[in-house]
Design a binder for this molecule. Sequence first.
Ligand code: EZ4
Ligand code: CO
Length: 403
Amino acid sequence: MKIKSAKVIICSPGRNYVTLKIETEEGVYGLGDATLNGREKAVASYLEDHLIPCIIGRDPFDTEDIWQYLYKGAYWRGGAVTMAAIGAIDTALWDIKGKALGVPVYKLLGGKSRHKMMAYTHAQGKNIEETLQKIEEIVNRGYKAVRVQSGIPGMENIYGISKTDDNYEPAGTGLKPDEEVWSTEKYLNYVPKLFAAVREKFGDDLHLLHDAHHRLTPIEAARLGKSLEPYHLFWLEDTVPAELQEGFKTIRQHTTIPLSVGEIFNTISQCTDLITNQWIDYIRMTITHGGGITPMMKIAHLAEIYHVKTGCHGPSDLSPVNLAACLHFGTAINNFGIQEYMGFPNEVSNVFSTDYKFSDGFFTISESPGLGVDFDEEKAKEYPYKQAYLPINRLEDGTLYSW
Ligand code: EZ4
Ligand code: CO
């Protein structure tokens, strides 16, 4: 087979998505998600100006060599923009391979290792009472696992708490990011009270997760982990920024809380120490930002040896194409842990169609060839790109901090 052409479409059905469509001379096409929240156009340019010209004429079956060519061939390896672009190409090529052979992608990755995949979604409220109400709604929808975030007294804006009533966090539209204010002390004192109330109301069986969104130091993370131990969380996510992988060693020495990290990682080198030292329990890299299915299979296999499971990032700011790719990956590997599923704005289903199924808290993969997703280019035109950014964060004294 031969790649004939490829195009990048940015659309905004509720929020921005960057979609790659690769067409072959044989008429089969494949889809990839290249979305990088707040940096959408940079990935589109990287694809259009630098990568697409290199893959025209190539055999779409050569996913390993094409991936190596784009990764090593840049000389400047890695980075979120580069890897989202490579990730979209790799995903689209696997979609083509599946369609050309008439099999779902998971069958090319190792076949069926499980028949369903547990997913978690987000419960977020302005205070404990409202958060408990949100959890109840989610439990009534069948979920067995829920990520719990709450507003904190004395802080106006908190990560994960939407300013509107949406079930996803809208990035602020405009030319510059919004600014928020953060106090670690207020947060550390409040979170254990939140989880005490959740366990009291919902009992022991519901899986509970929490995301600290890179806002702690290792010793603060250790304190939080210890204070949450009585509530036996499924995981505590993104405690510290992981540029210093060794930071996790300190957390590990102090607490038995399961740790997850990796939604912003884009290469295996960013988690080799975390995995091989068994400093984490779940690796959160996702197909798009992790550079595609090809490298993610290698990461999963490395992680398997060290008792680390997957927990792919599945936010509403990545398209259903990424989610479908995660589900094929999650079906095929042995060490699947859990899949994040924030849901999508309603308009998304006017542009993207999917055939994975979700019921009673679990995803099941479809048997249609390729990824089982489609994209309506004409409909996409009705939702033009809107510049939008994630917020930035400052401490109460004005110091710039992690959001
Ligand atoms: O803030 O995807 O676990 N999920 C998350 C997400 C991220 C967004 C950033 O674009 O942390 O909600
Ligand atoms: Co997160």
